[in-house]
Structure formats: structure tokens, C-alpha cells
Ligand binder design. Structure first.
Ligand SMILES: [Zn+2]
Length: 378
């Protein structure tokens, strides 16, 4: 923003804003855009007196955890990665252990970047489940998950003593894809993660749509067959029972063996294994049929598909796209279906966590207070 615009918005004189911004520049909080070393696209040669936060005035952290893995990413204030860390976690490990592991990985990434928690302005954290945006409590249909009923925001805030923002992990992947990946510049975007679970993130008008209690996007437990198998959510014939990774693995048990992983399925697909290709194609086709209904209801401009199953590429994406063309109404079916750039998973979720926390910087008094306490760029 230009100084004149700041003075106008704050209702103070140009002289006063010059004094204040000079002080903030000396303290390494603000920088003139023309001085930015990263060559950000805001520099157009005439932006000389436009001010921005100094990229290194503070750091932002994002982290995301799934059943068996936790990823952390530290970024500067332009979103560029400073460092990252990741580690495995037991699928049955309790919340306390998971929270401690997350804090350990965060501190390790900070140390690797040459800093510590005092450099962080805020943290965006992704967890599977439906996160109520008002109270920060993790809900969800699956009461056996280790984070069910936990007030994750309060818990992580107490451990880290930092501003914490909690969001569903797939919703964070959607945010990351919109900011840095295959969804850039798209106003009405649907991101779908095909992995152990199947879930979506909706960005309408560029903003994440959470729903009233954070439940928007739970595609995996939409029933597609009333006579189908019983799901642990209490429903029957859920999409995840047909197209989730465990379902794919169980259908390929005869050819790939009982201990095969999705990596084995992807390798079999790449090697031209017909059973693997057929099962993957059917998963894509089934998900596409449900997405066709979503297209009729919500009419997105682009669907980005991520998650481990989507890494199989055309064998999944082509049938998914064909299903949409076949089952959605003509105008809604005219959309792009593309593979994610970031691959989905907790790495992308961690990037989305950083993007989420970064987006809160100008509206969070706690983050701004930390920014003014001391800049890394001083
Ligand atoms: Zn279910």
C-alpha cells in the first residue's frame, strides 16, 4: 500500500504516516517494494513508495497431520519456504503423543532454518476431521479418531504459546493448490483428495467455504449405494468404501498380496498391470459420478484432483473426467479437471497451513503484536 493510501485510511496526515513508516522500516517491519530482493510481481517500476511487510520480518509455520505422518513447513512473509520437517507417527497413537511429535518437528524445522519459536508470528495446523471454525473443536463422523472431540486450537496454543489456526487438512491442501498450485487464478475451485479418505475443499469467489460447522467437503461418506457395505461412520455404501485407498488395496489383494501399499499399486499401474489399472480406473469413474452431481449443485470452474491415488495420473483422471461429462448437465460439465501441482498429502497441507496463517496476519492483533515486538530483518 502507498503511504498516501495509509494516511487516507487512518485519517492521519501524510507527515505522520511518513514518521511512523520510517520507524517501522528502521525496525525491519516494513520495506519499500522496490527494495524487495525477491523480485515479487508487485514491482512494476512505478511502485517506488509502496510499502509491504518485510519478507523476513517474521516467519509463519504450517503443519498438517494425517493418520501416519506429520509435515511442517516454515515460510517467510511472502510464503517462500525457509525450512521443513516431516516424520512418521503411529496410526493408533493418541492425541497427546501426536501433539508432542508435531511440536518436536516444528522446533526441528525452526532450528534448521536458523531460528526458534520467537521468530514465528502464527501457525496454521491441519487435522483430518471437521473442525468447527468457531470453537476450534475437531468433530467428525468417525469417533474413533485420536483427535475426535479435542479442542485442537486451545491445545496447540497452550503448547506453542503462539497464535494458532486450525483447519481440516484437505481444506488446507485446497488453499495451497489455489495459492501456489493448479488452482491459481481460479475463482470457483473444487479440490478433491483421493487417498485413504476422499474429501474436498471448496473455494468460492477465492474464499474457502467451510460450512456452518466446518463440515463442507466430506465427500467420502456420501452414500452412493443404499444396499452397499456398512461403513464405520454408520452409513451404508459410502464412496470411500469403493474408491478409498483401503478399498483399492483390498480389491487388488489377489494380485498384489495382502501387505501391498498404494506405492505398490502405483508401481503396478506404471508397469502396465491390467488389474491395477482397472481398479484405479473404476475408482476414478466412481468419484467422477459423484463429482458430476457436485458440478450440477455448485458449478465450479475447475476441479483439481490430488492425493496419493491421483498420482496414478490419466488412468484415474480420464475416467473421472468422462464420468463428469457423461453425468453432469451440459453447462456445468464444461469445466477443467486437472491433476494437482503439489500432489496433495500432508506436505501440501503444511503449505496450506502456512498460507492460512499468513492470510490472518493483517486481521490478527496477536500476530501483529508479535510482528512489532521484533523483526528478524532488523
Ligand atoms: Zn461412511
Amino acid at each position: 500500500m502507498h503511504r498516501a493510501e495509509m494516511a487516507r485510511r487512518l485519517g492521519i496526515s501524510r507527515t505522520t504516516i511518513t514518521t511512523i513508516t520510517r520507524d517501522l522500516m528502521e525496525r525491519g517491519v516494513l520495506v519499500e517494494l522496490s527494495e524487495r530482493a525477491d523480485g515479487g510481481d508487485e514491482i512494476d517500476g512505478r511502485a517506488g513508495d509502496q510499502l509491504a511487510f518485510h519478507p523476513m520480518a517474521g516467519w509463519i509455520a504450517g503443519m498438517s497431520q494425517v493418520l501416519d505422518r506429520i509435515c511442517v513447513r516454515i515460510t517467510d512473509l511472502t510464503g517462500h519456504e525457509v525450512s521443513s520437517a516431516e516424520g512418521p507417527i503411529g496410526a493408533k497413537d493418541e492425541w497427546q503423543l501426536r501433539a508432542e511429535a508435531a511440536v518436536y518437528l516444528l522446533d526441528r524445522a525452526l532450528k534448521e532454518g536458523g531460528g526458534d519459536r520467537s521468530d514465528l508470528l502464527g501457525v496454521g495446523i491441519g487435522l483430518p476431521g471437521q473442525i468447527n471454525p468457531v470453537d476450534g473443536i475437531v468433530h467428525g463422523a468417525l469417533a474413533d479418531q485420536p483427535w475426535h472431540g479435542i479442542n485442537a486450537r486451545q491445545e496447540m496454543n497452550r503448547r506453542l504459546e503462539l497464535p494458532v489456526f486450525i483447519e481440516n487438512n484437505v481444506r488446507l491442501e485446497a488453499i495451497a493448490e489455489a495459492k501456489w498450485g493448479a488452482g491459481q487464478g481460479i475463482r470457483d475451485l473444487m479440490y478433491v483428495s483421493m487417498s485413504s479418505g476422499i474429501a474436498a475443499g471448496f473455494l468460492f469467489g477465492g474464499e474457502l467455504y467451510r460450512g456452518s460447522v466446518g463440515g463442507a467437503g466430506e465427500l467420502g461418506h456420501v452414500s452412493i449405494d443404499v444396499n452397499g457395505a456398512a461403513c464405520r461412520c454408520g452409513n451404508r455404501g459410502c464412496l470411500v468404501l469403493v474408491a478409498g485407498a483401503p478399498a483399492i488395496l483390498s480389491r487388488l489383494e489377489a494380485t498384489l498380496g495382502p501387505s501391498a501399499t498404494m506405492n505398490d499399486v502405483l508401481a503396478a499401474n506404471a508397469a502396465g498391470d491390467r488389474p491395477a489399472q482397472n481398479v484405479l480406473a473404476e475408482a476414478g469413474s466412481t468419484v467422477g459420478r459423484l463429482l458430476a452431481s457436485m458440478c450440477n449443485l455448485l458449478n465450479p470452474q475447475r476441479i483439481v484432483v490430488g492425493g496419493q491415488t491421483s498420482l496414478a495420473g490419466a488412468v484415474v483422471l480420464d475416467p473421472l473426467r468422462e464420468s463428469i461429462i457423461r453425468y453432469a448437465l451440459t453447462p456445468s460439465a464444461a469445466l477443467e479437471v486437472v491433476a494437482s501441482d503439489l500432489g496433495g498429502g500432508p506436505e501440501a497441507g503444511a503449505a496450506g497451513g502456512a498460507a492460512l496463517a499468513l492470510s490472518k496476519l493483517t486481521s490478527s492483533p496477536e500476530m501483529l503484536a508479535r510482528l512489532l515486538q521484533g523483526s528478524r530483518a532488523q
